[in-house]
Design a protein. Structure first.
Length: 156
């Protein structure tokens, strides 16, 4: 039986990515015409790593940066989200191994400034990390959102 890959191994596995594919078939109904950039996991991690303390980025902004880099119409929403999740878990794995220079995954938000409950430690951990950097996290129903996140976004 094969051993399961660590998060850091998953992050390093490029899977023959990045690549740009033409949007075709049923995808055109949802995404329109053009091209879709599918990033490599390390590309998403590299963008997340550049977000300085006190600033934030959303998954959609990461997608836009991937699209610009590869001269595509859009960045893939599915793989970008998955690779951000892998980067978050790889960062936590590295921290547990004693590394101090890790990807600040808590600064990456979902659309609308929402905290991702699937990141390591869940919403409570993210809330504590963000509040330690001066952000205010508020509950809106089941979701937790960084108040005024738009003013803290990293600009292109």
């Amino acid at each position: 039986m094969s051993q399961r890959k660590s998060w850091r191994e998953k992050l390093a596995d490029s899977k023959d990515l990045p690549k740009v594919v033409k949007i075709t078939g049923r995808m055109t109904k949802r995404w329109g015409k053009g091209t879709c950039a599918i990033p490599a996991p390390r590309e998403v991690d590299a963008i997340m790593r550049k977000v300085p303390e006190g600033r934030l980025i959303t998954i959609n902004e990461i997608r836009e940066r991937v699209a610009r880099k590869h001269k595509a119409t859009m960045g893939c929403p599915v793989t970008t989200g998955i690779f951000a999740w892998i980067a978050a878990h790889a960062a936590e794995e590295a921290a547990l191994a004693g590394e101090t220079e890790i990807t600040p995954y808590w600064r990456t938000l979902k659309v609308g400034g929402v905290l991702s409950p699937r990141y390591p430690g869940g919403v409570e951990r993210l809330k504590a990390l963000l509040e330690a950097e001066g952000h205010t996290v508020v509950a809106r129903g089941q979701k937790h959102i960084v108040a005024d996140y738009e003013q803290r976004l990293v600009r292109r």
